[in-house]
Design a protein around this ligand. Structure first.
Ligand SMILES: Cc1ncc(C[n+]2csc(CCO)c2C)c(N)n1
Length: 229
């Protein structure tokens, strides 16, 4: 069995929770609040900055130049695809609004963990920590599109965007790279890769929950409550 198939199987209980979480069911049937959707985009902008930065930092440390090229190339392709997304315009989301909000605790923990995996556990674990991001989206949104759904136009745009074939092909490149790294790795490194995959899978789940709960740092919550009084 491929290493990635093994990872997918092991993490199935977490992945099923992702597929069935309230954010995703609300997105698919139109009952998700626009506030939660907007919150997701503001936080995701911060997440994606770190996510792309990590691709480039890992690439710089890779001895295999083809693998390094792939990681840098993925960033260019992701940016190119994202620029075509209509959603930032539809939400009228500005950089100033994004900058005015701090990164929320769960997003912060997810981002910090990816850097930790790379800096402390190595390029293999760092690379694998990026994989659940690509793979959970690809599998979940392609399944939603296949099954069919009826939702708000802006949620439909998001689902169509995430289930596109282009994203699917980036995911496949990431899976092939992961299997290649695992084939060359020692059992100790493979174990680090396994944990990195599990942690990012669990953070993907927590991330969706964070958006529904509009998670905030406790002191920021107190400030918003005072402003609302
Ligand atoms: C928390 C979080 N996890 C996964 C993604 C999905 N994602 C981010 S970048 C990328 C590759 C193409 O741009 C994909 C699939 C996200 N947006 N936010």
């Amino acid at each position: 069995m491929k290493f990635t198939d093994q990872l997918r199987q092991e993490n199935d209980p977490v992945w099923q929770q992702i597929f069935n979480c309230p954010f995703i069911s609300g997105l698919t049937d139109g009952t998700l609040s626009m506030d939660a959707f907007r919150y997701y985009f503001i936080q995701d902008n911060k997440y994606c900055v770190a996510f792309y930065d990590l691709h480039q930092k890992i690439a710089k440390k890779m001895a295999n130049k083809e693998q390094a090229y792939l990681l840098n190339h993925l960033v260019d392709l992701c940016n190119e695809i994202t620029e075509r997304s209509p959603i930032y315009d539809e939400l009228k989301l500005t950089q100033a609004e994004i900058d005015s909000v701090p990164v929320a605790p769960t997003a912060y923990a997810y981002i910090t963990n990816m850097y930790y995996q790379f800096e402390e556990e190595g390029i293999e674990a760092g690379t694998v920590s990026l994989v659940p991001c690509y793979w959970t989206y690809t599998e979940m949104f392609q399944n939603i599109r296949k099954k069919g759904y009826s939702t708000k136009p802006v949620y439909k745009d998001f689902i169509e965007f995430c289930s596109g074939d282009e994203f699917g092909s980036l995911n496949q490149k990431m899976l092939d790279l992961t299997d290649e790294l695992a084939d060359a790795a020692t059992p100790e490194v493979r174990e680090k890769m396994r944990l990195a995959f599990q942690y990012s899978s669990e953070y993907e789940l927590q991330y969706w929950k964070m958006c529904v709960e509009h998670e905030q740092w406790i002191l920021d919550q107190k400030k918003s409550n005072l402003l609302a009084q």
